[in-house]
Design a protein around this ligand. Structure first.
Ligand code: FPP
Length: 244
């Protein structure tokens, strides 16, 4: 299927809501963490797949602000999985030219997690092949609230006039200031929701939903999503004829 993809019409930025780990595990009579562990294999596949094909930015929704409300054992298991995965994979990411970023309420993460992520971000800081952005303790409403606070602070300090607040000002104060907006958002496991993920940045993104659970999501599934994206007409509010 990869040969059908037009490399000149790739999205620069793909964002993914990795859903269905719990259901995948339940279908196998296992606990939810078993699903998350298998989800890591899919994460690796997507990082490889995006780097190979030439997608420049990949954002993964790994842990939402709301996920803190899950049972303590699951939250702890997810944090441990994150720490061990970053520890194991940082060197491989680096060798493959991947640069790691985190968006979200970084300070709310356990200190070991912060240390591990900071180290991996430092090691990979010079890489340019693929930008891998992990949304951790992230929610769009949190991010927009933070942006409003930052902008209000600038107004209060007299470094920004109210009339100078433009769309660009909002963009520059979001956690994603340095990244282009995603052109394609994928959600696995059948739910048709955005779930507080990149609400501002997805304004014109194509949304792709699949029933495949995240632990079953492989490169072929990514190619299918990319092909589906390439067969859509992106009009940005214009009419078909204006695009020709
Ligand atoms: C959603 O499935 C998945 C999560 C909340 C966690 C995703 C985490 C990983 C794939 C592993 C760690 C990631 C990295 C980047 C190393 P769910 O639990 O909501 O599934 P359900 O809807 O079927 O219950």
């Amino acid at each position: 299927m990869i040969e059908l993809i037009d490399k000149k019409k790739l999205p620069r930025h793909v964002a993914i809501i990795m859903d269905g780990n719990g259901r995948w595990a339940k279908e196998r009579g296992r606990d939810r963490l078993f699903g998350h562990q298998h989800g890591v294999i899919s994460v690796r596949e997507m990082v490889e797949g995006c780097a190979e094909i030439g997608v420049e930015y990949l954002t993964l929704y790994a842990f939402s602000t709301e996920n803190w409300n899950r049972p303590e054992s699951e939250v702890q298991g997810l944090m441990e999985l994150l720490i061990s995965t970053i520890r194991k994979e940082a060197e491989t990411l680096h060798k493959n030219g991947v640069r790691l970023y985190v968006i979200g309420d970084f300070a709310s993460l356990p200190q070991v997690c912060i240390d591990e992520l900071e180290e991996a971000m430092n090691i990979t800081a010079g890489n340019t092949k693929l930008n891998l952005i992990l949304a951790l303790s992230y929610s769009s409403k949190w991010e927009i609230t933070e942006a409003v606070k930052k902008i209000a602070q600038q107004v209060q300090n007299n470094t920004l006039a109210i009339d100078d607040i433009k769309e660009e000002t909002i963009k520059q104060n979001l956690a994603t200031a340095n990244f282009p907006d995603p052109e394609l958002m994928i959600r696995t496991s059948g739910e048709h929701r955005i779930s507080n993920f990149l609400l501002y940045q997805l304004a014109y993104a194509e949304l792709y939903f699949t029933h495949t659970h995240w632990p079953d999501f492989r490169k072929e599934n990514l190619y299918e999503a990319l092909l589906n994206y390439q067969n859509r007409e992106r009009r940005f509010g214009k009419i078909s004829e204006q695009l020709k």
